[in-house]
Design a protein around this ligand. Structure first.
Ligand code: SF4
Length: 70
C-alpha cells in the first residue's frame, strides 16, 4: 500500500475532497473532477464519470479542498 503523508491523511483524502465525483451506490468508484470544476459552470460539458481520472479514497494531492469550503 502506498504511504500517504500524515498531513494528507488528516485532510481525509479524495473521499473527503470537494472535487471528487462518484462514491455513491450507483457509481461506487471515485473519480477526480478537479479539472472539470476549474471550468466556468457555463462551459462545463456533461461527461461520463469514467472519463475522469480514477482515484482511491485515501489518495490525495495538492488540490485537495474541503467539501465544506466550496
Ligand atoms: S486527486 Fe486531488 S483534487 Fe482530485 S479528488 Fe483527490 S484530492 Fe481532490
Amino acid at each position: 500500500m502506498a504511504s500517504v503523508p500524515l498531513k494528507e491523511q488528516k485532510k481525509g483524502g479524495c473521499q473527503c475532497c470537494a472535487y471528487v465525483l462518484g462514491g455513491d451506490t450507483a457509481h461506487p468508484e471515485l473519480h477526480c473532477g478537479y479539472e472539470y470544476f476549474q471550468q466556468a459552470a457555463k462551459d462545463r460539458k456533461v461527461m461520463k464519470l469514467s472519463s475522469f481520472p480514477a482515484v482511491e479514497a485515501d489518495q490525495c494531492c495538492d488540490n485537495w479542498c474541503s467539501k465544506n469550503a466550496i
